[in-house]
Design a protein. Structure first.
Length: 76
C-alpha cells in the first residue's frame, strides 16, 4: 500500500496558506475601514469622487457606472 502522509501534509499546508491569506485580507480590510472612519465626511466624499473618476476594468462596475457607491463608504 501507498503511504499518504505526504499528501496529508501538502493538504494541511494548502489549508494553512489559504487561512493565512484570508486572515491577511481581513486584517487589511479592517485597517482600511479604520483609516476611512477617521476621515471627515468631506474627505470621504472627495475620495469617493476620485475613485469614481478612475477608469474601471471590471465589467460589473461599467454596468453600474461607478467603482464605489456611498453605501460602500457610509453605514446607512
Amino acid at each position: 500500500m501507498y503511504n499518504y502522509n505526504y499528501l496529508y501534509l501538502i493538504a494541511l499546508l494548502a489549508v494553512v496558506i489559504i487561512a493565512l491569506g484570508i486572515y491577511y485580507l481581513s486584517a487589511s480590510y479592517n485597517r482600511a475601514k479604520k483609516r476611512l472612519s477617521k476621515l471627515s465626511i468631506e474627505q470621504q466624499n472627495e475620495l469617493l469622487r476620485h475613485v469614481n473618476d478612475q477608469p474601471s476594468t471590471i465589467s460589473d462596475n461599467i454596468i453600474k457606472g461607478s467603482a464605489l457607491s456611498k453605501m460602500d463608504l457610509f453605514d446607512e
